[in-house]
Ligand binder design. Structure first.
Ligand SMILES: Cc1cc2nc3c(=O)[nH]c(=O)nc-3n(C[C@H](O)[C@H](O)[C@H](O)COP(=O)(O)O)c2cc1C
Length: 177
């Protein structure tokens, strides 16, 4: 199984990047045959989507490239940073561009939703926003978990709390059943 993983954040020290990297390692513990491909959304930075830009130049090639990466994967694990209760603008721009290729951006792939936040709410709003819209965008959710109070929850290499370890494990095991 080929699994595409990324943090939906352009932060160089992304805590969601740390979480998604951890989740990918755990997935390989449970199934050593899993192949992980990890993307950095900074490699897909484009001008802000506009209908006028699309009319003038068509869909940006980096949007097609990202869309094709999703298409080539068997499953996805994505950790969403929460900005003002929603996804980051950096991610939303890529998402808007890709939605012009096909509204089913996630292409009905089995999907694990993660989030990490410095505060205690563990990305509740961004996770809810993604769950709410999942059916319209072909996101087939198999697991979900948010890690809050990141500074206590992460030791620089791994999750520290039993509850979080169990939560992430249960979420990613959704891809294996
Ligand atoms: C513009 C902005 C808005 C934010 N809004 C929220 C928020 O709504 N909820 C939250 O828990 N954290 C919020 N934060 C804090 C982020 O969760 C924090 O910066 C985190 O590191 C983002 O994840 P990342 O490191 O993976 O980019 C916000 C941060 C910024 C810069």
């Amino acid at each position: 199984m080929k699994v595409l993983v990324f943090s939906a954040s352009n932060h160089s020290q992304s805590i969601n990047g740390a979480l998604v990297g951890y989740a990918a390692k755990r997935l390989q513990v449970f199934d050593p045959d899993v192949e992980i491909e990890r993307l950095d959304i900074n490699d897909f930075e484009m001008p802000i989507y506009s209908i006028d830009r699309e009319k003038a130049d068509g869909v940006h090639p980096l949007a097609q490239a990202f869309f094709d990466k999703i298409g080539a994967a068997d499953a996805l694990v994505v950790s969403f940073a929460e900005y003002n209760g929603f996804v980051t603008a950096a991610w939303k721009n890529i998402y808007d561009w890709m939605s012009r290729i096909d509204q089913k951006v996630w292409q009905d792939k089995p999907f694990v939703l993660l989030a990490a936040t410095p505060g205690p709410r563990a990305g509740d709003n961004v996770l809810k926003s993604q769950e709410l819209t999942a059916p319209f965008f072909g996101m087939d959710i198999k697991g979900k978990y948010g890690v809050g109070t990141w500074r206590e929850a992460w030791d620089g290499d791994a999750l520290t709390k039993d509850e979080d370890i169990a939560g992430v494990d249960a979420a990613i095991k959704g891809l294996l059943s």
